[in-house]
Design a protein around this ligand. Structure first.
Ligand code: FRU
Length: 543
């Protein structure tokens, strides 16, 4: 992949940056790194940070307080999300040696509530130059693999991880298993379990297909823009089932597929399958993005009902490689996924020891809209445990509501906001967060364009890459006189916005100063009204 013209245009004084550029060029064949190498390095150096906030671990000025980060070092995709014996397991792409992408391992953390995470030792380590790329994990409930053993008379069950082994020219699918609740892992002696003698063949997501009684694996043939499906009865021997694609967005490479069924809300008995596939470029903001298809799956073939159009799960710049939990009990019944908040791309200038964060966990649903069935996302209810000080404003003009917010000193660098607003005749209105000292992040609606947007052009001193939109927007059905709902999560270096029922979502990284913690409603028309607005300060999940 060619390095961006931006690097060539750097001033002579930037010798270090040039060296960095050559380094990036050398590394650019790495799939995840290729995206970062496209960014002018000068952009990264434009952010002045570190002069404020604490240097204590988990209290750094931009350290997320309720999003998952690793104590230190680089992380990217969430991997192997699985629920087993009361614990949610989160594995993740992890470089134990530094704050840049490389030497991929599976880092590991567990949680009982999806919010508070306990860090565990590395689960799967790079070995003999073979990196551990993204993949999934399942509970082998009936010991179909023969990997499970039990110390008592119970029928043995165990955790099985399915991951890509990456070496410079080859990607293969491999297994590892754990008989101690994920605390230690053994790589299968007969790995790989699928070898097509190809590079760009990765990111296996495995699930049990009840109707045809077998394991199904969905992978990508990245540069062919195909999802390739395989079937197995023992997780060890796999047969190719079918290919899906090219379809939808086909720029860059396809990565990190997921395939799962979801009931259509309020339509009893109606279930559809969702195939989610990321693209490394040409996403809805021009960069990397997460697209999905809705259709059916018969145990062999996925057929999309939506192949004629490209659907995006998130309209922000920073949601990628989302993957859903396996084995959430039927009594719970939720489909929950987590994505990578790709801030690591430009957040690499942070002076902190950590690099990269995950999104909040989101519950997925399908709902019918005027233009068809669409994926909707909702923050998981568990996040409510973080709620602290609460302020509620009802039935006020924006001016009156701002007076209340001010008099009650409502502000914060970690907030949850749930607002129902009526724009009246306003062409644009919304909420400013992380406001102060010339900084602000706008979350608003453009009623003329029927769009929900996040404008981070003034979020911080960070000068965004000029080739990328500084204001990202997604479609939102807005009718005259109609009110709309905004559900917003603000953290030290991100905003996630869920519009109406969660059909339009934007996730964005921002890097404001810690003391930029103001909140204010704004509108270009006096008739805009707050029907209700709840603001909670959120406590840290880490301190
Ligand atoms: C997505 C990705 C995956 C790959 C992993 C490597 O961000 O490129 O396709 O498995 O990251 O870190």
């Amino acid at each position: 992949m060619a390095l961006s013209p931006g690097v060539g245009a750097l001033p002579k004084t930037s010798a270090v940056v040039r060296l960095l550029g050559v380094f990036c060029l050398l590394l650019s064949w790495f799939p995840a790194y290729a995206r970062f190498a496209q960014r002018p390095q000068s952009v990264a150096l434009a952010l002045k940070v570190g002069q404020e906030g604490s240097t204590d671990l988990y209290d750094e000025a931009h350290r997320p307080q309720f999003h998952f980060t690793s104590p230190k070092n680089w992380i990217n995709d969430p991997n192997g999300l699985v629920f087993y014996k009361g614990e949610y397991h989160l594995f993740y792409q992890y470089n134990p040696f530094g704050v840049e992408w490389g030497h991929m391992n599976w880092g590991h953390a567990v949680s009982r509530d999806l919010i508070h995470w306990q860090n565990l030792p590395i689960a799967l380590a790079e070995e003999n130059g073979v990196m551990i790329f993204s993949g999934s994990a399942v509970v082998d409930w009936h010991n179909s693999s023969g990997f499970c053993h039990s110390s008592n008379s119970e029928a043995p069950t165990c955790l099985v991880a399915i991951y890509t082994g990456h070496s410079p020219k080859l990607e293969t699918q491999n297994l590892a298993y754990s008989n101690d609740n994920g605390r230690t892992w053994t790589k299968y002696a007969d790995n790989p379990v699928i070898d097509l003698h190809l590079g760009g063949f990765r990111d296996p997501k495995v699930f049990w297909h009840e109707d045809t009684h077998k394991w199904v694996m969905v992978t990508v043939l990245a540069s062919q823009h195909k999802a390739r499906l395989f079937g197995s009865t023992d997780l060890k021997h796999w047969t190719a089932l079918s290919d899906f694609g090219p379809a939808g967005a086909t720029s860059g490479a396809w990565e990190v597929p997921d395939l799962f069924p979801l009931p259509v809300d309020n339509e009893s008995g109606q279930t559809k399958w969702v195939l989610s596939v990321d693209v490394t470029s040409g996403g809805v903001t021009g960069g990397a993005g997460n697209q999905y298809f809705i259709g059916s799956f018969d145990g062999t073939t996925f057929s999309a009902d939506t192949a004629d159009r490209t659907l995006w799960a998130d309209y922000g710049a920073d949601f990628y490689a989302a993957t859903s939990f396996s084995d959430i009990p039927k009594s719970d019944g939720r489909r929950i996924w987590v994505g990578w908040l790709t801030s690591s791309e430009y957040g690499k200038v942070l002076p902190d020891a950590w690099r990269g964060a995950h999104s909040i966990p989101r519950e997925l649903k399908l709902m019918r809209f005027a233009d068809g069935i669409r994926l909707v996302q909702e923050p998981v209810a568990e996040l409510r445990v973080l709620r602290q000080r609460h302020t509620r404003v009802e039935a006020r003009s924006f001016t009156e509501a701002n007076a209340v917010l001010q008099s009650q000193k409502v502000r914060g660098d970690t907030l949850e906001i749930l607002a129902e607003i009526n724009p009246g005749d306003a062409a644009e209105c919304g909420i400013k967060v992380r406001k102060g000292d010339g900084e602000e992040t706008l979350i608003g609606v453009d009623t003329r364009q029927s769009q929900l947007f996040v404008d981070r052009t003034r979020s911080s001193e960070y000068s965004f890459d000029p080739r990328r939109p500084t204001r990202d927007a997604g479609p939102m059905a807005l009718a005259s006189g109609k009110s709309l709902r905004l559900h917003i999560f603000v953290d030290r270096s991100s905003v996630e916005v869920f519009g109406d029922r969660g059909e339009t979502v934007l996730s964005e990284s921002i890097f404001p100063k810690l003391k930029s913690d103001g909140i204010e409603l704004y509108s270009n028309d006096k008739q805009a009204r707050v029907l209700s607005m709840d603001v909670w300060n959120l406590k840290s999940a880490y301190r």
